[in-house]
Design a protein. Structure first.
Length: 131
């Protein structure tokens, strides 16, 4: 059995296949996900699982060198934005407009859909290297 917190086999497999600069998206339950993206749907009901719980668990296995957030999160969900940025004290954060973020999601290796219902609870994680 795995020793890390991440038990979801699809997420773990996706992370294991990622290389430097590959991207992984974690999103709220409302973000449109292209048919061309690999969808890992965790949403059970409103708020379950939460965006931050999924993010924290993914971060136990994924080395992140940069994150992308929708610029709109600053006004719509400032507490969530602060909570996210706190998890990345030494990581560059790029704020892009939400429409551009939705376009960039199409480049992600996978999109993990949570049950989160907070506005703009979406993040693109760019994979770094551990060496």
């Amino acid at each position: 059995m795995k020793k890390t917190n991440l038990l979801n086999s699809e997420i773990s497999f996706t992370i294991a296949k990622m290389g430097h600069t590959d991207q992984l998206t974690i999103c709220d339950c409302g973000l449109p996900i292209s048919e061309s993206n690999h969808r890992i749907d965790l949403a059970v009901t409103e708020g379950v699982p939460s965006f931050l719980d999924v993010l924290d668990t993914v971060l136990t296995e994924l080395e992140v060198q940069k994150i992308f957030l929708a610029r709109e999160i600053e006004k719509a969900s400032p507490e969530l934005m602060k909570a996210v940025i706190k998890r990345f004290p030494d990581t560059p954060v790029e704020f892009i407009n939400h429409e551009d973020l939705k376009k960039q999601v199409k480049s992600s290796k996978a999109v993990i859909r949570t049950g989160e219902c907070t506005s703009f609870a979406n993040i693109i994680l760019e994979s770094g290297v551990v060496f």
